[in-house]
Each structure stands twice: as C-alpha cells, then as structure tokens.
Design a protein around this ligand. Structure first.
Ligand code: FCB
Length: 460
C-alpha cells in the first residue's frame, strides 16, 4: 500500500477523559461525581476498581504532556471534571481546581499542542444526581452555567470546546441499562436524560458563544454504524429503528431542530415525550462549528422476532429492545468489538450527507489489546498499529470522497480506567504500570508519532 498524505493543518491528537486518568479524587476541593459513587458501589465495576488514583495524572500532567510532545502531536483532547471546578455542581468556581487545568493548558500551548476541551465526559456532580440528575430539567441549566464559567476562566487560551462526550452513553447506559453511572434502569428517565443533555448542550453553546464568539464549539457523538444483516425489507426496518434511537435522536434535534417523527412513533408505547417543551428544539439546534465523532466498530442488525418493543428488557434501544444485532465473524479487539474500518468511512460519508458544511473530527478511535512489557521492557502492540493504520486509511478514503474531516484523536494517550471494565482493558498508546505509575510508550506511540510528524500514513 502506498503512502497517503493528509491535508495541511490536519489535527493529529490523542484523547483522554478526567475520571479515567486524573485520580486525586478528593483533593483540592473536588467533590464526588456519579462515577465515584458508582465505582465505590460493590459489583458495579470489574474487580472493584475505582478512579481514586487512576493514572495519577493530576500529579503527573507535565510528564503526560511530554508524552504528547514526544509523539509530535499538535492537539490534545482532555476533559474538565465538573466536580473539580464547581464542586457540588452549583455556585462559585473552585479556583484551585481551575488552576490545575490552566497549568495543563499552558503546558500544552508551550509545546505547540492545541488544547481541545470536553466539558462533560460523564462525571456529573453527585449532588446534582441527588437532585434528579439528567432526567431533571434543571440539570441542563446547571450544565450551561458550569460551561460558561469554565469558558470564562480558560477561554483566553482554549479555542476548541466540546460540550458533551457521547450523550448516548450518558443517557442510555447511565439511566437505561444501568451499566454506567448512575446505574438506573428506567426507560422514561432515559428519554428525559437524552433530551436534557441536548438542552444543556444548546444552552451551553449559547452562553459560551456570547462570551467568546470567535471560539469553536461543538459536541461529540458516538453514532452507531449499522448494516442490515440481509438484503431484506424487515432488516432495513430494523436498521431504521436502531438508527432512530441510536443516532437520529441526537442528530435531528442538533442539526435540524426536529425530533424524528418515526422515532416518536416507535417510542409511543414508552413515552409521549411531554418533557420536550416549546422552544427546546430551537435551543438545541444552536449553530455549532464542528461535530466530533467517536468510532470503534460497526454492527449488523436483523429484524426482531415478534414485537420490536419489550418493556421488560433493559436495553439501550428503547422501543426496539428486541431488534437483534447479529454476529459477523470479523476479528475482535479485547473489548469484543468487531474491527471494521469500512464502517468509519461509511459513517463519515453518512454524516457529511446530512450536514454538508460542517467540519468533522474523529474525536476518538482506538482499540483495547492486552499487550504488556516484554523481557526487554518494551511494549509491542502490533494489533493496535494495524487497527490505527486501517482506520486512518478509512479516514483518508472519506477525505478523498470530499468529507471535510479536519482532525483525528487517538483513544487514548494512556491505558486508563475503562469505566465498568476498570483497569482490565488497555486502550493506551502508552502502557501504564498501575503499581508504579511508570509510563512506557508502546510501538503504536512511535508509529502514530511518525504519522503525525509526516502528516501521512507510511506505505505498508
Ligand atoms: C468511549 C468513551 C471513552 C472510552 C472509549 C473506549 O465510549 O468516550 O471514554 O471509554 O469509549
């Protein structure tokens, strides 16, 4: 395969999230988030792991910035922990918490690395959950207030803002299946949460843009790439259903200011959606400057046997719980996720079709593999190199087809706390020895650094 060049100015980054790496859970005024509560609840996270220490990034951020710089990356996507900068989720800022991010951002800028800040990567202050969490409308207003005060403090240095990371996970896994914090299983609450997350996004964009109109604001979604299991109308209908509750439930309000009519019908047995008030959809459709996509895999979908809706099943696919996702016989990562780079090209083309003028970024893409240090102390991870190579080629195919893809952030800079899987799944370009906190860049870090420096994928 030949060398593939990327456009000038392409962003080559890595991504992380606060709760997955920072640790220092009780330091300097930070209050608990729903993930502290959840991870400390027996049985919720594998091996009882918590983010109390994680990668100790709160105390080692300078070393971690040096890792990014060592790879020659020009961008870094981090998230701010809401309970660190506004403890309890309301009221004044916690200056010590903000200072941590200010130092981090200054370190990045000092090494010519552009900071991309996600405001919400799932760490809702526990006090706001106790007051109703995302199913409560007021949480949207609280989020916009937090976004505005964080932007006011860091916006002289940070020009790229992502409101929410993957609201699908926050709503559907947090309130639907209960696999993620806060661990509820309630379909109506899930639909309310999804809406209030979007409302919070719209209000936050409005508030931040009023403060600094020249910065760029967007959101990151984990859209689901689906293909029908067979070329049959019933399977196409199954794809329509999951595309509705998985993708268009977010895309249509954000990009068109509309709730999809077909999804409203699918959801009728569950909710009348009366929580969507007049004017909300217009707020949610506030113009954005970029859309972030997190891509990992693609699934094949087949028609339900019998009624698609089953109130007894706690599934993320509300209203379509019995639609089937079938096995595909492709190689899988350590997460059991299919390796399917063509799905990434498909997703970029599909999204570009619905918002042709919007710059797109891959804000996460990567793979878990269990590689550990060998006898010489190095960590060789050929599967991850192959995964990145194939997915970057898939990005390049989308660029060649005219998609305005402007950047790519590898998930993740470090092995880290992989939510309900604890520390058992390693997504890092850098190996982390959790006993000593030693960092060892893997072969993939060297490979990715070479790509970033050359602005090109080398010939294979
Ligand atoms: C995404 C999350 C990210 C990480 C990857 C593997 O859903 O945004 O924090 O856990 O999956």
């Amino acid at each position: 395969m030949t060398q593939l060049n990327f456009p000038d100015g392409f962003r080559w980054g890595a991504a992380t999230a606060a709760y997955q790496i920072e640790g220092a859970a009780t330091e300097d005024g930070r209050t608990p988030s729903i993930w502290d509560t959840f991870s400390h609840t027996p049985g919720k996270v594998r091996d009882g792991d918590t983010g109390d220490v994680a990668c100790d990034h709160y105390h080692r951020s300078a070393e971690d910035v040096a890792l990014l710089s060592g790879m020659g990356l020009n961008a870094y996507r981090l998230s701010v922990a809401w309970p660190r900068v506004q403890p309890g989720g309301r009221g004044p800022v916690n200056q010590v918490g903000l200072d941590f991010y200010r130092r981090l951002v200054d370190d990045l800028l000092g090494r010519d690395i552009e900071p991309w800040v996600t405001l919400y990567h799932w760490d809702l202050p526990q006090e706001l959950e106790d007051a109703g969490g995302w199913p409560a409308r007021d949480t949207a207003a609280r989020f916009a207030e937090y976004a505005a005060l964080t932007e006011a403090a860091l916006g002289d240095r940070v020009k790229h803002w992502i409101t929410l990371n993957e609201p699908w996970c926050s709503a559907m896994l947090g309130y639907g299946t209960g696999e993620h914090a806060p661990g509820h299983q309630d379909k109506v609450a899930t639909l309310r949460a999804a809406h209030h997350l979007l409302l919070g996004h719209g209000l936050a964009v409005e508030a931040m843009r009023a403060q600094r109109p020249d910065s760029q604001y967007g959101i990151t979604l984990n859209l689901h790439a689906f293909i029908p299991a067979r070329d049959a109308p019933a399977d196409a209908e199954a794809v329509r259903r999951l595309d509705g509750i998985g993708n268009r439930i977010f895309l249509d309000p954000l990009l068109r200011g509309e709730f999809p009519a077909d999804l409203r019908a699918d959801l009728a047995p569950v909710s009348d959606l009366a929580h969507i008030q007049d004017g909300d959809l217009a707020t949610i459709a506030a113009p954005i400057d970029l859309l972030g996509l997190n891509y990992y895999s693609r699934n094949a979908v087949a028609a339900a046997k019998g009624e698609p809706h089953d109130p007894a099943i706690h599934s993320p696919w509300i209203g379509s719980e019995r639609v089937r996702q079938i096995s595909r016989g492709l190689p899988v990562t350590d997460m059991g996720w299919y390796v399917d780079p063509a799905g990434l090209t498909q997703q970029l083309l599909d999204v570009h079709r619905v918002c042709p003028d919007l710059p797109l970024y891959i804000t996460e893409n990567g793979a878990a593999y269990p590689d550990k240090p060998g006898p010489d102390g190095t960590v060789d991870d050929p599967d991850r190199v192959a995964y990145f190579d194939a997915h970057l080629r898939a990005c390049h195919a989308a660029l060649a087809a005219g998609v305005p893809l402007r950047g790519y952030f590898a998930w993740s800079l470090l092995d880290n706390f992989e939510w309900a899987h604890g520390y058992a799944k390693r997504f890092g370009l850098t190996y982390v020895d959790y006993a000593t906190q030693e960092r060892i860049p893997k072969t993939s870090a060297q490979w990715y650094g070479q790509v970033a420096r050359a602005n090109a994928i080398p010939a294979a």
